[in-house]
Write a protein that binds this ligand. Structure first.
Ligand code: PMV
Length: 321
């Protein structure tokens, strides 16, 4: 048996705009997905034959395994909210890739895991997926993804994808966050309504083709992200929060928020540096950056959502054994 674990992620700035080449900044969160693989007479998940329509990410990861490497059973456990904008499918793909490679005696790098998992996300999302979730889950820490990286980021690898809107290229980089003796925490609030990333990304593509002026919102998310990243790297938490709030306003303009997300965000802002929806929107999660995580988590629960507190710095994917 071989086992691997990969964390989920929270996007601080840049979701949706990153699909069009603008920068996005994400951090690995504490919760994640653990995958164990063991030899089996056929491909299986939790003791049942693998159904590719239920597990498109696993099907895609398997398609890149060397021929003749056998068939395996997956056991999956997750502490992430599912289909909630926490990158659960990216974490599943990264952990499954690492566990499978370990099982066949091949040690894969986290960069290879990020690349294979990105292809799995693209396969499952009708070809439109940025490498943000998968790179953050694989590498951990703070990740920037952009068609051209800002100077503050250290380049790690490049990714490209053919989409129906043309060839997309991204550079993936890491950013070192300063040590802060009393850093703020992230608090995520899950509305309980899952949201399909592929559907939300397609909705934005349709909105932009019918209202080309909406492209301006994506451009301004890109500009805010660059400013927010500099604030983040120098621990200027008030400025980070302002950039989060400003990104959220543009996501609202792109019809990605919901009344429940708005209620949650409004209720936690007085106790946070900033709060926004995170991930694809249309349900899923909001996030707050705060020095009062217990209080913010309580407000989220009072508004009928599930709260999760995470430190800002977390490790990337690991092979467990
Ligand atoms: O995986 P989610 O639901 O957190 O969304 C990912 C962020 C998007 O920018 C909406 C899509 C992408 O591929 O980058």
């Amino acid at each position: 048996m071989a086992e691997a674990r990969a964390p989920g992620k929270a996007i601080l700035f840049g979701e949706h705009a990153v699909v069009y080449g603008h920068p996005a900044v994400a951090v690995a969160i504490k919760a994640g997905v653990q995958v164990a693989v063991s030899v089996n007479k056929e491909w299986a998940v939790e003791g049942r034959p693998l159904d590719p329509t239920r597990h498109p990410h696993l099907k895609s990861i398997i398609s890149r395994m060397p021929r003749e490497s056998g068939t395996y059973s997956f056991q999956i456990s997750s502490t992430l909210f599912s289909a909630a904008g926490q990158g659960s499918s990216a974490a599943l793909s990264v952990a499954a890739h690492l566990a499978l490679r370990k099982q066949i005696g091949e040690i894969s790098s986290t960069i290879d895991a990020a690349k294979s998992a990105h292809l799995a996300e693209a396969d499952a999302q009708s070809g439109r997926a940025s490498p943000t979730d998968t790179a953050t889950s694989a590498l951990g820490g703070c990740i920037v993804v952009s068609s051209s990286l800002p100077p503050i980021a250290k380049h790690v690898f490049s990714a490209e994808l053919k989409t129906s809107e043309g060839l997309r290229k991204w550079d993936v980089g890491t950013v070192d966050l300063q040590d802060d003796s009393n850093p703020p925490s992230l608090v995520l609030g899950f509305t309980g309504n899952s949201s399909k990333t592929g559907k939300m990304v397609a909705m934005v593509a349709d909105l932009i083709s019918s209202n080309p002026e909406k492209k301006h919102d994506l451009d301004s998310i890109g500009e805010i992200t660059e400013v927010g990243l500099i604030a983040l790297a120098s621990s200027q938490w008030e400025a980070v929060g302002m950039a989060m709030n400003a990104c959220h306003d543009r996501l609202v303009s792109l019809n990605l928020s919901t009344p429940h997300l708005e209620r949650l965000i409004e209720s936690v802002r007085p106790h946070s540096f900033g709060a926004k929806l995170t991930g694809a929107g249309g349900g899923g999660c909001m996030m707050a950056l705060t020095k009062e995580p217990a209080r913010v988590a309580q407000m989220i629960e009072l508004c009928g959502a599930k709260a999760m507190i995470s430190p800002l710095h977390n490790k990337g994917a690991q092979i467990l054994g």
